[in-house]
Design a protein around this ligand. Structure first.
Ligand code: URA
Length: 210
């Protein structure tokens, strides 16, 4: 796909996200946050939902977790402008509660579409919820740092940096999981085993918005 086409499609999605009223989170958010970065990157990072700092600033991962994410990305030779960073849920859930199933259903068409356009090779899911969207039934404690083929990309779950801010042992795990990412980007995707052979999860229900 031409880069100008991708940009046009992204402008359309960003507008839809910024004006979204598909779930109750639109009533409490300050900013809806579509995501940012390189829309042609083979590597993308997908968090759960913006926290309150991100909500006030309108950008993903710019608080303390974001600083650590930047550091982890730098350790593997990238900077955040070279990759794309976004969240499964585009609006901050009040009191940092987990997003509800109907909110995930309402929001997931955006990330599905964003991934269709970016066509990443590796989607690094950050935290439990982003992992569960692609790998329902899997436990992050058992699956972090492992690669799964989903559709035409690789899902690579890692712990959320907020956990590492509370527990230094998690930071070491994150560093060693991130160290596998450059190798994955070089790997033949056909060598990665499919998760669930393309079956859709309970919550991973595509609803077409476009
Ligand atoms: N945590 C997330 O999952 N996403 C953000 O954007 C910030 C913190």
């Amino acid at each position: 796909m031409e880069i100008s086409n991708r940009r046009d499609l992204f402008i359309k999605i960003n507008k839809a996200v910024l004006n979204c009223g598909q779930c109750r989170l639109c009533r409490t958010r300050i900013n809806a946050i579509p995501g940012e970065g390189n829309i042609t990157s083979k590597l993308i990072f997908l968090g759960e939902a913006p926290s309150s700092e991100e909500d006030s600033m309108g950008r993903p991962f710019i608080g303390k977790s974001g600083m650590l994410l930047n550091e982890l990305i730098a350790k593997i030779g990238y900077n955040r402008r070279e990759v794309w960073i976004g969240n499964l849920i585009k609006c901050h859930p009040p009191e940092n509660r987990d997003p509800m199933v109907d909110e995930i259903r309402a929001c997931s068409p955006y990330i599905d579409k964003q991934i269709d356009i970016i066509k990443p090779k590796v989607v690094v899911t950050i935290g439990r919820l982003a992992m569960e969207y692609y790998l329902p039934g899997k436990k992050l404690g058992e699956e972090h740092g492992k690669a799964f083929r989903v559709k035409n990309f690789i899902v690579f779950p890692v712990y959320h940096p907020s956990g590492a801010l509370r527990n230094p042992a998690i930071k070491n795990i994150l560093v060693s999981d991130f160290a596998k990412i450059p190798g994955l980007l070089k790997k033949d995707i056909n060598e990665i085993a499919f998760f669930n052979k393309g079956k859709k999860s309970d919550i991973n229900v595509g609803i077409s918005l476009f």
